[in-house]
Design a protein. Structure first.
Length: 318
């Protein structure tokens, strides 16, 4: 088979498209012929050799990728025969071989896909979608809220805009110039172009900020919170977390919560979040945005993701 292999940490060019032996499923595992593989922003940090999340860096050489969808084509010992030939999606764990034509997954991690759900959408929802559901649980959005979403055309942001609107909240979507029309189509009542220095002018008070950007955009979003408002942070694609001081919390009685990392991992039923995410997809309550690249273009996909040139979830197609 062909797979993306990384022999050293570094820039996107360290991702190489190579021919490798086919993986064999062990006891309790299956082999999936991959139709779509998800690319996560954390993948880019791991590629650079930065410690990302609660897990240590993987040993090299390795094949990145944590989310796949495709067809089960081989069973390991102890796996029920009913899985053979099924269309499935699975979360493989940290840097566990998803960027490949064939991938091995634990049978316990499989979710069977209905016919009307695409592989690309399933890959988006098995990982990014489950994170999104976890963040939304913590945010506890109501119809009375005014919700500001940074990176509103990103993999998570696009889901947040849709769900907040479905709940009945007023939604402010923040994105770059080229993505504003798309954010409107997702349902945002107000859009703002974060590339403009005055983007926050005229928005007024918001009650909830869902912040995955950090840096200066995150700080400006924080400053729009009214009395008792809350900011829920789930990343910092700008390169640094949103700056928050104790005085900010006292000034208006706002709350600040980090929704990912240890909080999401400890005591959270990740399988349950996956079920909820995939059900929202199947019921068409949430529709992920995707940007696709060929598997051989993994380096290009990483570069585009890091430069914010993509919309939604980045997906590799073998």
């Amino acid at each position: 088979m062909h797979a993306i292999r990384q022999h050293e940490f570094g820039p996107a060019e360290t991702l190489r498209y190579e021919e490798t032996p086919d993986p064999e499923p062990g006891p309790g595992q299956v082999r999936i012929t991959v139709s779509a593989a998800g690319v996560h922003l954390l993948d880019t940090a791991i590629r650079r050799g930065e410690h990302g999340g609660p897990f240590p860096l993987p040993a090299l050489p390795m094949t990145p990728g944590r989310e796949v969808a495709g067809v089960v084509t081989k069973l390991g010992d102890g796996v029920e025969a009913r899985w053979l030939g099924k269309r499935v999606t699975a979360h493989l764990g940290q840097a566990s071989g998803g960027y490949a034509e064939l991938a091995v997954a634990n049978a316990a991690s499989l979710h069977e896909l209905p016919d009307h759900v695409s592989d690309d959408a399933a890959v988006a929802m098995i990982g990014t979608g489950r994170t999104g559901i976890g963040v939304l649980r913590i945010a506890e959005i109501t119809a009375d809220d005014v919700v500001l979403v940074t990176s509103a055309a990103g993999g998570l942001g696009a889901l947040f805009v849709q769900e907040a609107k479905a709940i009945g909240a007023k939604v402010v979507g923040v994105a770059s110039t080229a993505k504003l029309d798309l954010v409107r189509e997702l349902g945002a009542d107000v859009v703002a172009d974060y590339t403009r220095p005055d983007w926050s002018d005229g928005i007024g008070e918001v009650t909830v900020v869902l912040d995955g950007v950090g840096g200066e955009p995150g700080r400006k979003a924080l400053e729009l919170l009214g009395i008792g408002g809350r900011i829920i942070m789930y990343g910092w694609s700008a390169g640094e977390p949103t700056r928050i001081e104790t005085a900010d919390l006292y000034r208006l009685g706002i709350t600040a919560t980090v929704a990912v990392g240890p909080r999401m991992m400890k005591g959270t039923n990740l399988r349950g979040l996956e079920d909820l995410s995939l059900r929202a997809l199947a019921d068409q309550r949430l529709t992920p945005l995707t940007t696709t690249f060929q598997l051989s273009e993994a380096a290009k996909a990483h570069t585009a993701l890091e430069s914010r040139a993509t919309v939604g979830k980045v997906v590799l197609k073998p």
